[in-house]
Design a protein. Structure first.
Length: 358
């Protein structure tokens, strides 16, 4: 099916939301582009779901303005925004069949019977539920119920689809399968998707951009690779996967590449658009392990504290001579011979793979 749905642009301008003295959202400003897949990511209580509810019209902001294709919709009720919504618990009608559940919003819009039947058939085919149209939700698996919820939300061809942690009740394998389904549906429909999750890998895998929330504030927004490899602050760096952080002294700004001292050794990293901070950070997957001191790049001597075999990968926990903990992820086949708990080793990484943090 060709991408025929209209995709809207959403603008949030200084959105704040207070519940009494509690500040749930604090001055959120961002633009969600037409046809974008934006994921709102953050820990529990960070404000991501509250922001989604403000977008949906289920919560009114305390301050700020919300626009849809440039039109002020701050005070427009949810039912007049014509957004699609997929809830965490599916919210299917248990007494209705799959076909009846998908048809429900079309009947609310008073579409003709023939048009409704045609659209329901299209949606059942789109989400891969052919042959299940007559079944009730209780006869379906969790993944099939989620497909029905997606089909119902997309049936009215919304300009925006909002998804509130839709995979949280699914097991790992089914969750991965549904991620593929949602990615495919986004490409098929071309509509604007806004997705809430607390799962970092899910956000990185699905999104065109990720907006990271903490304590009601927007910490960073950008493409997945940028927020992962160029985090704006320590919270983003630590929230998005494992990270090694080495405290530095005697930091000097050398322009494109700056340096500092860690346990008497000089470490270098690119500054990007910022000046050097007092910590150097590097992701575990970029670190090498050798039994001899590397001849180039950054290098730190350490002791192997623990090894965890994970099949294709082995995780190593190290401790520097002065007690800084470090974590490495190596392909099991690349693990040097003789590396075991208690062994003295060197870990190194290219200068361009590290970055400074305040």
């Amino acid at each position: 099916m060709a991408a025929t749905m209209h995709a809207a642009e959403i603008g949030a301008h200084g959105i704040a939301k207070n519940f009494g003295a509690f500040v749930a959202l604090d001055d959120i400003s961002l633009t969600i582009g037409r046809g974008e897949f934006l994921t709102l990511l953050g820990p529990s209580g960070s404000g991501k779901t509250t922001f989604l509810m403000v977008l949906a019209g289920f919560e009114n902001p305390t301050r700020g303005q919300l626009t849809l294709d440039g039109r002020d919709v701050t005070d427009v009720p949810a039912e007049e925004r014509s957004f699609g919504m997929v809830f965490q618990g599916y919210a299917l009608f248990p007494h209705m069949s799959v076909e009846q559940n998908i048809a429900f919003p079309l009947k609310v819009q008073r579409r003709g019977g023939a048009q409704t039947r045609k659209r329901v058939a299209e949606m059942i085919e789109m989400v891969g539920l052919g042959g299940h149209g007559h079944k009730r939700p209780a006869a379906l698996s969790g993944g099939q119920q989620q497909r029905v919820a997606l089909a119902r939300a997309l049936a009215c061809e919304p300009s925006v689809l909002l998804l509130d942690e839709p995979f949280s009740a699914l097991d790992r394998n089914l969750r991965a399968q549904m991620q593929d389904e949602v990615r495919h549906l986004h490409r098929q429909t071309g509509t604007t998707f806004v997705f809430v999750t607390h799962d970092q890998s899910e956000a990185l895998a699905l999104s065109s951009r990720v907006a990271i929330f903490d304590k009601g504030r927007l910490q960073q927004i950008g493409p997945p690779r940028d927020v992962y490899e160029k985090p704006d602050n320590r919270f983003v760096a630590e929230f998005l996967g494992d990270i090694n952080i080495l405290p530095l002294t005697s930091v000097t700004n050398g322009g494109a590449v700056s340096e500092g001292s860690f346990e008497g050794r000089t470490l270098r990293a690119s500054c990007g658009n910022r000046g050097p901070g007092d910590m150097l950070a590097v992701r575990p997957e970029y670190m090498r392990l050798t039994t001899l001191e590397p001849k180039s790049g950054n290098a730190v001597p350490a002791t192997v504290v623990d090894l965890t075999y994970l099949g294709a990968e082995t995780r190593l926990d190290l401790k520097s001579h002065q007690g800084t903990s470090l974590t490495l992820s190596l392909a099991t086949t690349a693990l040097p011979d003789g590396v075991a708990q208690g062994i003295e080793v060197w870990t190194g990484w290219p200068e361009e793979k590290g970055f400074f943090l305040e």
